[in-house]
Design a protein around this ligand. Structure first.
Ligand code: NI
Length: 174
């Protein structure tokens, strides 16, 4: 089931999320819904607070190209356990901040540990777009958005654009 995406600015996007204690049916449904919501958007990553659930769950699939085999991933309680000195700059966007993009510099390679939907611990080293995406999504679980890496003027400009967009959208829906 596709869930509505929470749009910035919203207090739910600024809160630290609680760890997942156990893989329940509710968590499995959440993971599936988040993947469906991400693919429909379309996007390459989504964090639970973006569908209004304040739990440490992210989904991603950074496989590119229509002919490529998709790799849907659901990560519970993900944490970066190693990051490279080498950095990478990407023009990032966010499904909660549509049509707004900005360069963000992050470690180029990260090793992440998480729990999968079978309750098993997984560990993987991500590079390039996957590394950027997983760090962006983990930030969401700590109430941090990519615009928080920008200077205050750029951040305020994007936030004001989003407030205006939300007002206009609210009017259209009346
Ligand atoms: Ni995002």
């Amino acid at each position: 089931m596709i869930r509505p995406i929470v749009m910035h600015p919203d207090p739910r996007l600024k809160k630290p999320c609680a760890p997942v204690a156990a893989v329940t049916d509710e968590v499995r449904v959440l993971g599936g819904d988040m993947l469906a919501t991400m693919y429909a958007a379309p996007g390459i990553g989504l964090a639970a607070p973006q569908v209004g659930v304040l739990l440490r769950v992210i989904v991603m699939d950074c496989v590119k190209g229509a002919d490529a085999t998709p790799r849907p991933m659901v990560l519970l309680n993900p944490e970066v356990i190693w990051s490279s000195e080498e950095v990478n700059t990407y023009d990032e966007g966010c499904l909660s901040i549509p049509d707004q993009y900005a360069d963000v510099t992050r470690p180029k390679v990260v090793t992440v540990r998480w729990m999968d939907l079978d309750g098993a611990t997984q560990e993987e080293t991500f590079d390039g777009l996957w590394a950027t995406c997983v760090q962006h999504e983990i930030d969401h679980l700590n109430g941090k958005l990519f615009i928080d890496y920008l200077g205050p003027l750029k951040r305020q400009m994007i936030t004001r654009r989003m407030e205006k967009w939300k007002r206009e959208r609210a009017r259209e829906q009346v």
